[in-house]
Design a protein around this ligand. Structure first.
Ligand code: G3P
Length: 224
């Protein structure tokens, strides 16, 4: 369902730097580096750009969210079925900037599983991560909200939340892959994440806002 560890999942969010064709350009850079190096790089463009990015690259493309809705009436919602039809192979769920009630997270994970979509469920804390592990998503990504978008990596500012989440999640379901994110910027941060037991990282601004994303991505994967 997903590539080798560690995974580097790049969330494009809705930064102006990735609007329109710029999303495709960034996805193509990620794609080209992944093909060249064998690194497992996943991109998460905004919903409106999902389809044409997924049509244009070979690396996994995830949506940034889904709603627990079946096809039918539901104006403005995004069903897992729509995401799959757009060519995505997975989705983020419950990002800190787009939270859902726990039961909705569980419903989304199950609907995605039924469709063969990978799921990366986000959690703010060790406790939330442990609770959401009962739904057995493919990934759980722990991200302290106060560090998101900042310059200090979670692996430096709060290494305990990374190792603690790995331990807590694996105590519920050892097959879930644990990621960490918030402030991750370079290869040292990724290496530290892996040393702390994580199976990859989820990041955004370090890549999407970079003047030279090609160089940043190559640095991110230099130790993996
Ligand atoms: O989804 C990734 C994100 O929340 C972390 O953002 O900008 O701190 O890498 P950033």
């Amino acid at each position: 369902m997903s590539g080798k560890d560690p995974a580097v999942i790049v969330n494009f969010k809705v930064y102006s730097e990735i609007e329109g064709e710029k999303a495709l350009r960034l996805a193509e850079i990620c794609d080209s580096i992944a093909q060249e190096t064998g690194a497992n790089i996943v991109v998460c463009p905004p919903m409106v750009e999902l389809s044409y990015v997924a049509d244009s690259v070979d690396i996994p493309v995830y949506s940034q969210n889904v709603d627990p809705r079946k096809p039918g009436s539901g104006t403005g919602f995004t069903t897992p079925s729509l995401v799959k039809s757009a060519g995505a192979s997975g989705t983020l769920i419950n990002h800190s900037e787009h939270k859902q009630p726990a039961e909705d997270v569980g419903a989304c994970v199950q609907m995605c599983k039924d469709l063969g979509l990978a799921t990366c469920v986000c959690a703010d804390t060790i406790e939330v991560a442990k609770d959401l592990a009962r739904f057995s998503p493919y990934y759980i990504a722990v991200e302290p909200p106060e560090l998101i978008g900042g310059d200090i990596s979670v692996t430096t500012a709060n290494p305990g939340i990374v190792s603690g989440t790995v331990e807590a999640v694996k105590s519920v379901d050892r097959d879930i892959k644990v990621l960490c994110g918030a402030g991750v910027k370079n290869g040292n941060d990724v290496k530290t994440a892996v040393d702390l037991g994580a199976e990859g990282v989820l990041l955004a601004s370090g890549v999407t806002k970079a003047a030279n994303p090609d160089a940043v991505i190559r640095d991110l994967i230099k130790y993996i």
